[in-house]
Each structure stands twice: as C-alpha cells, then as structure tokens.
Design a protein. Sequence first.
Length: 290
Amino acid sequence: MQTPKLYIGTAGWSYKDWVPNFYPQQQSKDFDWLEFYAQYFNVVEVNASYYTYISQRVVDAWLRKTEDADDFLFTVKLHKDFTHLRKYGKEQITAVKENLNLLKQNERLGGMLIQFPYSFDCNDANIDYMRRVIEDFEEYDKFVEVRHASWKNKKASKITFCTIDQPQIGEAIEFEPIVGNKMAYIRFHGRNEEAWRQSLSNFGKKQTYEQQSARYKYLYSPGELTEIDIKIKEIYDRVKKVFVIMNNHPHGDAVANAFELLHLLKERTKVKMPETIVKAYPRLKIIAAN
C-alpha cells in the first residue's frame, strides 16, 4: 500500500487554553505560537478568516514564522459572508483572493475550506449557489464541508467534499472518508453529543468563549482513533494527499489526538512532540520520539 502525502494538524493554533498543555507556561518575549506549532505539524487550518478579512500584513507574518518549516501548508476557511450570510460581491472576493494568492505564490497554500451550515441541505437552489461560489474561486483547490445527510454520495468534479466526524444527531452526515480530485480532507469535530445538542438550542444567543467551545470538548479514545486509522487507510490507494484536521480544540485535545493519528497513519512511527503535551496527556509517552 502506497502512503499518500499526509498533512495532519489542527483547526487554528491561537488558543489560550493550550497553555500549558501544548505551549509552555513560561514564554520569552520572542516566543511565537505559530512558530512553535510549525515545529511539530505540517498544516494548520486558518479559522479566523471565517470571521474577518485578514490583512496581507498578517499573512506576511505567517510566512516569516513558518519559513523554516519546509513543507508547511495553510488551508484557509472562507468568510461567513459567502457560506452563512450568502451576501458578497467583488470587494469581498478580492479581499479573500489577495491572501490566497500570497500563500500560493509562496507555495504555502493547501487549499480553501468552504464550510456550509447544517441547514444547507441538498436542493436545486443550494446546488446553484454552491456552484456560483466554486466558480468565483476556480483557480484554487477547494474543500467543501456540508453537514446534512442529503448530500451523502453526491459527486462533484471541481471540488473535494470534506469528510467530517461529528455527533450523529438528526440528519447529520455520517463519517465515511470521501475522495475527490485525488485528495481527501477530513475534519474531526468530536463526538460530544450532549454539548452539541445544547449548542443547537443556544443558537443565536450571546455566549462566552467557553460556551461556544463546549461542543468541541472531546478527547478521542485510542480505540476510536484505531477505527479512524483503518477507515482512512482504506482510501490510500485512491488519493495523493490526505488532510487531517482536528477541531476538538478545548484545552489541547486536538493536539493530542493529532499526534496520535500521526503515529497511526504513519505506520506506528514514533512522533516528535514537546514535553508539555506528554505531561498533559501521559498516554502519549509510548508514541513520543523523545
């Protein structure tokens, strides 16, 4: 079995509650979270771009901070104007493309994530809208996340549908690795069903960071990760690239699980990781390279 190029990392990297479980407690003034992160992972999914239009100055800083990480890539989530509000024009398209082009020119762009809400089911109007967004960004690799089961088994030639792992509530789409354009993009939201249901009931209400993040609080067990490893390897012979993104971010659970999947998907190879994460998650000790 030929192993495809694996890009394994997390959704975002700037979390205060990753200190001290991943980022060290004692930090010098020159310490940078992204630079530290890029020593251990080869991809990160940019989530901030969903909430705001990021300046090129910020992207330039990302490039500087990852210049020593040879194969490091960014995948960039499309702004909510395109996916949730469905209200955008040329100005918004240009703002997004400026950053994508900067990353692409520097060979740091893994692709763009287009994440639609659970309510975005498969019907003619939504298919037409999706087609419009895809055409507006035709020059980039695109990973499209749809969460409603009505999209199951749908095919598309110009995009890669995301595989997602999430609590199986209502018409939530099931976890089954999807291949598109010789790639797979797999996102893990955790399986905290109780918190997910609570989050749905609080939709639209003002919430604290802890309340917003509660549904992602979930540490995958070794048994669950072994099952996931088997599922992903079933598509190895059909893909050239596999992106694995852990979004169960509270307190660094995503980091711990990313290291564990890296170990499994790379045929049980020992994994380089900082002492901080091993101390926080003792079960990692048996797979740590140091």
